[in-house]
Design a protein around this ligand. Structure first.
Ligand code: FES
Length: 189
């Protein structure tokens, strides 16, 4: 009994089996690239994400214990964001710690419920959300209403020395429960 040859004639076209083997290998390679390249890009992109620091002015601009709204043009914005790229954060200076380092709390304006901008009421010492009545204490902790946590904390730093110390924050994106602004952002409240 004769078996079908798996090899084409020398110098001739490849056999059907060889052809299918190469076709399967080629399609597998394409499928692996389609799945793998974006994943690798995601990993590399996350690690090398550029950090934009936004200047919020000299430390001397912030009296101790006072909460101030600072507006900023977010460098993470896109040209089509329009007015939405013009955002703000609430800054509260806590004074210096025992090592003489400036301490701040910087909150995103977005409510931790559905993201509406909250307002600061110095008379009552509370942040209030106009959308569904969420309330936060001056230190950002959740006081009442539907928000499941406190306000989102922005990453901040103080650069410079002496009278030239100034506050900077990492440009804030729109915060969510899954993607907060700070890696060690404790869910306050
Ligand atoms: Fe603020 Fe719902 S968005 S309470």
């Amino acid at each position: 009994m004769q078996h079908e040859s798996t090899q084409g004639p020398p110098g001739g076209p490849p056999s059907r089996r060889t052809f299918f083997w190469w076709m399967t290998a080629g399609m597998s390679a394409v499928a692996a690239a389609v799945v793998g390249v974006p994943f690798i890009g995601y990993l590399v992109g996350t690690r090398k994400r550029k950090i934009d620091w936004v200047k919020l002015g000299p430390v001397s601009e912030y009296p101790t214990g006072v909460t101030r709204l600072k507006t900023l043009d977010n460098p993470l914005g896109q040209p089509w964001d329009g007015m939405a790229a013009h955002t703000g954060v609430y800054v509260r200076y806590l004074g210096k710690d025992e090592k003489e380092k400036d301490q701040f709390q910087v909150f995103a304006v977005n409510c931790a419920h559905l993201g509406c901008p909250v307002s600061w009421f110095p008379q009552s010492g509370l942040f209030m959300c106009p959308c569904h009545g969420g309330v936060y204490y001056a230190n950002g902790e959740h006081a009442s209403g539907p928000p499941p946590r406190g306000l989102f904390n922005c990453v901040w730093r103080v650069v410079g020395k002496g009278e030239k110390r100034r506050l900077e924050i990492q440009a804030p994106h729109f915060p969510t429960l899954q993607d907060t602004l700070s890696e060690d952002d404790e869910a306050t409240g």
